[in-house]
Design a protein around this ligand. Sequence first.
Ligand SMILES: C[S@@+](CC[C@H](N)C(=O)[O-])C[C@H]1O[C@@H](n2cnc3c(N)ncnc32)[C@H](O)[C@@H]1O
Ligand code: SF4
Length: 467
Amino acid sequence: MSLNVEQLWNNELILKHDLSGPRYTSYPTAPQFKEGFTQQQWMQAVKQSNASKAPLSLYFHIPYCNTVCYYCACNKIITANKKLAEPYVQALEKELALQARYIDSDRTVDQLHWGGGTPTYLSDEQMTLLMRKTAEHFNLRKDDSGEYSIEVHPGGVTPKRLEHIRSLGFNRLSMGVQDFDPAVQKAVNRFNSFDEVNILIKSAQQLGFESTSIDLIYGLPLQNQASFAKTLDKVLEIQPNRLSVFNYAHMPDLFKTQKQIDASQLPAPHEKLSMLYNSIERLLDAGYVYVGMDHFALPDDELAIAQKEGILHRNFQGYATHGSCDLFAFGISSIASFGDVFIQNHKDTDEYYACLEKDLLPLYKGFKINNDDKIRQAVISELICHFKVDFAVIENRFAINFNQYFEAELTALLHLQNDGLLDVNEQSINVHNVGRLLIRRICMVFDAYLNNAKNATDKGPKYSRII
Ligand SMILES: C[S@@+](CC[C@H](N)C(=O)[O-])C[C@H]1O[C@@H](n2cnc3c(N)ncnc32)[C@H](O)[C@@H]1O
Ligand code: SF4
């Protein structure tokens, strides 16, 4: 039975538990990664990864964007100088060859993602070249059975370009839209018309992209309930298979471009909450399923199906259906996860290029996970993807007694249980519907690196608010 907004929403609980917290696209989260990760450690981890024979996931980061969107919190480089893409694609080619030398080429690539910045900043020829080089080094699935996705900026993309993108093997796409209101678009310097987005999503669906997704943000300057409702109406007319409705994270000290946003134009917290409430109501009424953590999908979309079947996963791109892959990453700031390690590339292009010129991998930071990290990773993943933890599943996988191992955490969950967010018994944790929107808060209890989850707002790395 599908949920309605009343079942998910409890104003009092949201106000009480809406702390800042990680989005858990990984555990441990990126702020834990440390400098000094060596090429030898990388190779050791690759050996371990090859021995596992796990299928591969490949991520390519294309940092360039034509124009700046003031709200942006992504790792990007704003430049209209298209020439910059050329050496970057060459560097990606070199990095592909360097890494591929050590990765077992028989392993199939079940998942591939181009993210940004703006992958569609590349010309058709550059895209073809990059995909061809990838296919030279890796065993790509040629039968369209992989989850091959790309982030598309509607500006500068035509149905013809989408046809080209599809011909390269991409079968899923997400499109940044954020808001259709002209005043909001002006305030954030991001302009997409309903007509262009509508034509592109319809074309993508006709071209056989298995899943199309639109990104929206609530909490942007000059937005209000009425204006955002109009944007949602337009999006519902377009009918993407999935929707991400992100909470605007305004952290101008961290993301310099946000200094161009007039903070006095930001909607008040109660207005933001109403926007979220109305969005959930409208999307559920329109037949979308709330997958969790900002994501909605039509019931026949693979994300909704995977969640129903208990096989949904979470990775750096959000939710995914192919979860057991080892992730290798290419390009500046990209993060890999294989064997027992997380590794992030240099964020700075000069440092990235300098390493590759010396035939060195452009490693910036890394993290070797221990057994405790793996156990907590599994628990957090179960909570985020399925809103429950069956202790037997974790006990069988890691040979622990869940109640003993997590005695302190289970005690800490009691006050969330008293508030009605979840229910804990001897065998399982079950998140109630009203706890779903606050799932990050629940996961934080199992995060060993937030030494005191209650104080996570004051100490350590800065995280965005949950809602
Ligand atoms: C890399 S961008 C998508 C691709 C492409 N660059 C574009 O803008 O269309 C990823 C998404 O992150 C979201 N995003 C960026 N900055 C954000 C912020 N400060 N708060 C919340 N969401 C944000 C936007 O919805 C954006 O579409
Ligand atoms: S939202 Fe997308 S296009 Fe805009 S600056 Fe960020 S990465 Fe670039």
